[in-house]
Design a binder for this molecule. Structure first.
Ligand code: DSN
Length: 417
């Protein structure tokens, strides 16, 4: 069989890959769950490990030929345990939703009560939201945030937990800009006899880099994706206390999944090595400084920030006081070269597909070496776009400025200039 390059063999897909590289390079990427992985992570993820089946765990597989997969998975596990100080790690979950589902399978029976943060308040679908399997097959009760402060009210969480006695209590969020009190969640879990799951997907890189308190000492089990602030490939991990190790492993395989994606495991191993360096610690702290600088700049432009600011990588704002919806603003921003997602805000009267808010994050721009000065510039563009939401000429002019601006900031893993 002749060996063709991607460009020779499939120019259509090659063209789309190149176009995506150019797009990612030219835009200011502010989607809070996205990042740019290093060339080393890309190489590991695109490696021949994609060819190999390896159901089971190191030393106990159902296929032969594991001479390289076993040490690879063990390396990823040991790096995860060392980085986060966990007793046990499972690096096989395909992504965050299956990782969370594995915890349900390990700890609950269908119909048992689970308690997590409601999606419109900043939780995740798999934290028990009604359209998710986690809300349909389990009895789900949900907490939110205080409508005035935009923060989780731990007294309200405790009162709900005492009334509903969940078997699984979930802390963690996808759109919450403040530090979560993991110790208080654990105290509530202990009081009602629940297992505490912390989903740290959004903040994993900040935790790894020492820029955010760690949930690992408090939670019975921690789930995380590997591709957000942690800057690894699309994938996930579960970290847990020794007493849960067997149940968690059994729930992932054979409970929920078949063969692990070994090419992803390779990328995760590389990302975990990168995340253990001093440079990554500096990066994690800069993400937080950048988020604060961007939040300050946006507030100065007159935007209404949920909770008034941020402690992590993420900003949530209600844009309706500026006379537009989140969707209209996000679309105008995208045309102007600034990429973010529209999002519900707490107690949002609007529907999720056209909500009141925007969610922003600073992990990706920080990966490009942008600092506080650049955040001030970006906030200024938000102000200009808000004044020109329906003015395509102005949006296109801003897009040219953005393109010139981003050209000075190389993207990890991307060689387009
Ligand atoms: N979809 C992810 C996010 O954007 O936060 C959560 O899974």
């Amino acid at each position: 069989m002749s060996e063709m390059t991607l460009l020779e063999g499939d120019p259509e897909v090659a063209g789309l890959v190149q176009a995506e590289e150019r797009r990612e390079f030219r835009k200011i990427r502010l989607i809070a769950s996205e990042n740019y992985v290093s060339r080393a992570v890309l190489q590991a993820t695109g490696s021949v490990f994609t060819n190999k089946y390896s159901e089971g765990y190191a030393g106990k597989r159902y296929y032969e030929g594991q001479q390289c997969v076993d040490p690879l998975e063990t390396l990823a596990i040991e790096r995860a345990k060392a980085l986060f100080g966990a007793d046990h790690a499972n690096v096989q979950p395909y992504s965050g939703s299956p990782a969370n589902l594995a915890v349900y399978f390990a700890t609950l029976k269908p119909g048992d009560t689970v308690m997590g943060m409601a999606l419109p308040s900043g939780g995740h679908l798999t934290h028990g939201w009604k359209v998710s399997i986690t809300g349909a097959f389990f009895r789900s009760v949900q907490y939110g945030v205080d409508g005035t402060t935009g923060r989780i009210d731990m007294d309200a969480v405790r009162a709900l937990a005492l009334a509903e006695r969940p078997k699984l209590l979930i802390a963690g969020a996808t759109a919450y800009p403040r530090i979560i009190d993991f110790a208080a969640f654990r105290a509530i879990a202990d009081e009602v006899g629940a297992t505490l799951l912390v989903d740290m997907a959004h903040i994993a890189g900040l935790v790894a880099g020492g820029a955010h308190p760690s949930p690992v000492p408090h939670a019975h089990v921690v789930s995380t994706t590997t591709h957000k602030t942690l800057r690894g490939p699309r994938g996930a991990m579960l970290l847990c206390q020794a007493s849960m190790a067997k149940d968690i492993d059994k729930a992932v395989f054979p409970g929920l999944q078949g063969g692990p994606h070994n090419h992803t495991t390779a990328g995760i191993a590389v990302a975990l090595k990168e995340a253990s360096t001093q440079a990554f610690g500096n990066y994690a702290h800069q993400i937080v400084r950048n988020a604060r600088a961007l939040a300050d700049g946006l507030a100065a432009e007159g935007f209404k920030l949920v909770s008034g600011g941020t402690d992590n990588h993420l900003i949530l704002m209600d844009v309706t006081p500026r006379g537009m919806t989140g969707k209209a603003f996000a679309q105008a921003l995208d045309r102007a070269g600034l990429e973010c997602n529209y999002n519900t805000v707490p107690d949002d009267p609007r529907k999720p597909f056209d909500p009141s808010g925007l969610r922003l994050g600073t992990a990706a721009v920080t990966s490009r070496g942008m600092n506080e000065a650049e955040m001030a510039r970006i906030a200024g563009w938000f102000g200009r776009v808000a004044d020109a939401v329906n003015d395509t000429e102005t949006l296109d002019r801003i897009s040219s400025d953005v393109c010139e601006f981003t050209a000075a900031f190389p993207c990890p893993g991307i060689s387009v200039q």
